[in-house]
Design a protein around this ligand. Sequence first.
Ligand SMILES: [Zn+2]
Length: 129
Amino acid sequence: MLLKSSKINEFRLWGLLLTVLGMGLMILGTAGIVFFGQSGKVFAAIGLVIGLISMLGSLGVYFWAGMLSTSAVQVECPECHKLTKMLGKTDRCMFCKTVLTLDPNKANITAEEVEAGQMVNHHAGHVHH
Ligand SMILES: [Zn+2]
């Protein structure tokens, strides 16, 4: 993971970035026609195609995130006591970014050890299905 956030939130962020990128490219492509006239049309076409692919990609990411979140396990965060969703065995809390795990073997390791490449610190709270 690139960011210190829960996996579902990260998917949403990438979806948003792709949408913004796609829209930006389409706007730039259209602006190309305005500023460069006939020769700008090539750039406009490229911008529109890449922009469209990017937007479709973001749609896919959103769809994937939606699918994943339905299969995510809902747990009560032991730190902030809010209900958060986990993907896989380990994930971060959506609210306080605490690392959570469903694997008892990896529980109760400090955050520093997690940063050092180890896994996980807090044992996930009660599991709600
Ligand atoms: Zn939390």
